[in-house]
Design a protein around this ligand. Structure first.
Ligand SMILES: Cc1cc2nc3c(=O)[nH]c(=O)nc-3n(C[C@H](O)[C@H](O)[C@H](O)COP(=O)(O)O)c2cc1C
Length: 160
């Protein structure tokens, strides 16, 4: 198996999860980045991100530094924004055909994942929705390392 974690992060949660996962799996990673990052006040960022997310916009993202064709497994990490995936993640899924690969996803959130997994499945129908890892960063009982370790053993070790 050659795996890569591809993730987007804005406030750092998804990156924390991605780094833990990367250290446990000893695999590569790639961060999805907007060509023009969000800036402005919280209100301005909320307004623009809500607008873009609800309109299913696909803002330009930086070219990936790694060639995904070298990997058979992609682990996608994304936050939830406005009950869906952030625009940058939509751009990534729109530009990269992943269905021929093994794809897993972890979704960091604040307690309401909305349509996020459904949207990912629209792009990657082969994704097994039962194997998505939801990490609620507003849940004080969240043990990131234990959740990730348990998930890894579920998705990899039971597959044969
Ligand atoms: C603009 C914005 C919108 C968000 N919308 C939601 C939401 O609809 N549902 C939810 O559960 N969490 C929502 N959150 C919380 C994030 O999904 C959560 O904190 C996530 O772990 C952030 O990941 P990051 O730190 O990697 O960016 C939102 C956060 C932001 C910044």
């Amino acid at each position: 198996m050659k795996a890569i974690i591809v993730y987007y992060t804005f406030t750092g949660h998804t990156q924390r999860a991605a780094r833990l996962l990367e250290s446990l799996l000893s695999c590569d990673h790639e961060e999805i980045e907007l060509v023009v990052p969000y800036s402005g006040s919280d209100e301005e960022i909320n307004a623009i991100t809500q607008n873009q997310t609800e309109n299913k916009e696909t803002p330009e993202i930086n070219k990936l530094t790694k060639d995904l064709s070298n990997y058979d497994t992609v682990i996608l990490g994304t936050p939830v924004w406005w009950f869906d995936i952030p625009p940058a993640v939509r751009s990534f899924l729109n530009e990269n055909y992943l269905s021929a690969k093994r794809v897993f996803a972890f979704i960091t959130n604040g307690g309401n994942v909305g349509n996020s997994s459904r949207t990912i499945k629209e792009f990657v129908p082969s994704l097994d929705g039962n194997k998505i890892l939801y990490l609620d960063f507003d849940d004080e009982t969240l043990d990131l390392k234990v959740s990730i370790q348990r998930w890894i053993s579920e998705i990899f070790h039971q597959q044969g």
